[in-house]
Write a protein that binds this ligand. Sequence first.
Ligand code: SF4
Length: 337
Amino acid sequence: MDHFSAKVLAWYRDHGRHDLPWQIPDPYARWLAEVMLQQTTVSAVVPYYHRFLSAFPSVQALAQASLDEVLASWSGLGYYARARNLHAAARLLMERHAGVFPRTADEWAALPGIGPSTAAAIVAFAFDVQAAILDANVRRVLSRYHGVAGRDAKTERLLWGHARAHTPADQVAAYTQAIMDLGALVCRKTPDCSACPLADGCSFDGEEAPPRRPPKPERAVYMAVIVEPERGILLVRRPPRGIWGGLWSLPESAALASLPAAVQALGIEGDMGEPHPPLWHVFTHFRLSITPVRVGRVSRGHGVAEGGDAMWYKGGTPGPGMPAPVRRLVNQFLEAS
Ligand code: SF4
């Protein structure tokens, strides 16, 4: 074990996180947690982790569930491709591995939605197998410590090389959590170098300028809230790919003027109300304004086909999988109707 990893491990004993709910030697729990943590913070993940695990307590249960059920349990956590990939990977694990979890990072990385760092974290945590990770937190520590900056292929190779060199042959699970925690708790965007066990050998000189990000572009969408007193609000299933793929949402249009046509295309006629104030939702690369328009007094289309890709929704939990802002809108209108 080199000095770097010995110092990180010593720091971890007193200052790291030891009581996260997924810190158990269970590959299913670790896999689920690592996927949830890919783009989400620990505090946001914890309630979803418990909810998901109680709905699908094993890889068998997850593989047997429908995608709708999986998306419903994921609803609100965002980045739904993760849930679709998790479901597809569960089915592959059952088909290819008879539900027995592989013990190598390469086998995990061959499953949907699992990159090399996530694959390494799963086998390191679940089986204590020596495998190097390079997630955002670890990348920040190694970049600063070794004075390596950039996003090009050469930098990537250098950082992976450092990650491998520092990963010890034993205590791999503890080291992996330790280096993650150091990045999350100490070597943060504004690092607390006075509390860092690596301060002695670190190349960071405090001059690192935070990357300047241009303001996110904005997109707009108009959503029809078709209200039928007896049956609730009409939801339509989104295409399987792309933004919110496979989730239930409201009929929509990119322009207000074309929203009536989108509603009529569903075989529905009703009174289009005035647009309500927009609701904003922030994605990684853009901000989306969602303007709801209530459609009431439905005069035709009460019997719009259910099943398939359309359903009337009257509220209740857990309900179908909906994007968080759409669920918020639907609940607001249900309460008001
Ligand atoms: S000394 Fe500071 S910059 Fe270097 S690894 Fe520690 S917290 Fe990060």
